[in-house]
Design a protein around this ligand. Structure first.
Ligand SMILES: NC(=O)c1ccc[n+]([C@@H]2O[C@H](COP(=O)([O-])OP(=O)(O)OC[C@H]3O[C@@H](n4cnc5c(N)ncnc54)[C@H](O)[C@@H]3O)[C@@H](O)[C@H]2O)c1
Ligand SMILES: [Zn+2]
Length: 376
């Protein structure tokens, strides 16, 4: 593909956040064009590229070459792959390497990888020299449609996931859709759960489009680019309306209350459950829970489950290999994740497909009896 046809295949989603505004470019060949895209928009001439051991052999050389062609010198930081990398230990390594590379405030930290690398290097970019520029080159579907957009960065604590971090918006996001071809089918499906989530939050037409076109999204090409762009637009709209999650941004957690409890219950063991799979089961549970409270029709829950099952995602707690702790333990995880105010919990519930809302008065007793029923 020559430069002109390649440029025309690129979709741009703008995130209008005033002086923190930025573009998300989505399409094929963006790693090869990364240096040029960065150099036309930003001034820095030094970068520290942070990546993981799986992604480095596949794409690091091409990214560094592209930066070099645009006159940007880069240092490389390769961390182990996996959720455990979101730790203080690896954050310190990343910060030291960024300083060693003499990255100044107008230079960049560039995240090349999935959400783990994006979250950790975004945090490093936010705190080194009180903030340097940050470019995301997300390589997993999940990171292209979710974690690379919106400026939440951070690491995990022994007290829980993502508890230590800062808001630090990227200056540019380059989502190269070609790289998704090397992602495992399981990781692709897990990212797809978040794509479907945007339809279920407030875009019923998008959910219906996914039901009809999901195979083309999985195959690649324009339908995939379309789905990623629609997802980034949906996330950008929510982030712009509520950058620091004082209200509506919580809708992005649809399916996540149950999902996070299941992730905790499986000790974040990715051989049993990865995040997007937990979200898939969690979204079905959120629709079923809404139906049980007479807020939505049980047909909607069945429709959500049918679609997620069809793409190959788990939809039931019993789909998780191995034993789960009792419903009471899952409930403890939920209560820990949330502020429980006088026996009431906050959940994202729904009145139907694409009609989610933040409910902050859900009786804990309803949640526990629902969980007991589902767990049986
Ligand atoms: N900041 C946010 O707003 C936000 C939102 C959602 C999720 N997250 C975080 O994102 C993380 C999950 O992200 P993830 O699912 O991308 O996980 P990940 O970064 O662990 O990537 C999944 C796996 O795929 C590999 N991989 C990535 N790209 C690849 C490619 N192109 N080819 C081959 N292998 C590739 C990785 O090495 C890893 O093994 C979690 O830590 C979660 O908390 C953050
Ligand atoms: Zn998620």
């Amino acid at each position: 593909m020559n430069a002109i046809t390649s440029a025309s295949a690129i979709r741009t989603v703008h995130v209008p956040l005033g002086e923190r505004a930025y573009d998300i470019l989505i399409g094929p060949g963006l790693i090869a064009r990364a240096g040029a895209e960065i150099a036309t928009r930003l001034k820095g001439r030094k970068a520290a590229v942070v990546t993981d051991e799986n992604v480095a052999p596949l794409y690091l050389k091409a990214l560094v070459a592209s930066l070099g062609e645009a006159g940007i010198a880069s240092a490389e930081v390769v961390l182990p792959a996996g959720e455990k990398t979101k730790s203080f230990e690896h954050l310190i390594t990343a910060c030291d390497k960024v300083l060693e590379a003499r990255v100044e405030r107008n230079d960049y930290v560039i995240a090349l990888g999935g959400g783990v690398i994006g979250d950790l290097s975004g945090f490093a970019a936010g705190i080194v020299r009180r903030g340097v520029r940050f470019v995301q080159v997300p390589t997993s579907l999940l990171s292209q449609v979710d974690s690379s957009v919106g400026g939440k960065t951070g690491i995990n604590s022994r007290h829980g996931k993502n508890l230590i971090g800062v808001f630090h918006q990227p200056d540019l996001v380059l989502a190269d859709t070609d790289v998704l071809n090397s992602l495992s089918a399981r990781e692709f499906r897990a990212g797809y759960a978040e794509v479907a989530k945007y339809g279920l939050i407030d875009k019923p037409d998008f959910f219906a489009w996914l039901e009809a076109n999901w195979k083309a999204v999985f195959t690649g090409g324009s339908a995939r680019i379309e789905a990623i762009a629609a997802s980034c637009q949906a996330k950008a709209d929510v982030v712009v309306a509520d950058e620091r999650e004082n209200g509506q941004r919580a809708l992005l957690n649809l399916g996540h209350t149950f999902g996070h409890a299941l992730e905790a219950a499986t000790a974040y063991d990715s051989s049993r459950l990865v995040h997007g799979e937990g979200v898939s089961i969690g979204m079905v549970l959120a629709h079923e829970f809404s139906a049980r409270m007479n807020l939505a029709s049980p047909d909607d829950a069945r429709r959500v489950e049918r679609h997620l099952k069809e793409v190959g995602l788990p939809t039931r707690m019993s789909d998780i290999p191995g034993d789960l702790p009792p419903a009471e333990t899952l409930m403890d995880a939920i209560a820990q994740d949330k502020k429980v105010k006088s026996g009431k919990l906050t959940f994202i519930l729904t009145r139907g497909i694409g009609q989610s809302f933040v409910a902050d008065d859900v009786p804990a007793s309803e949640a526990i009896s629902f969980l007991r029923e589902k767990h049986a």
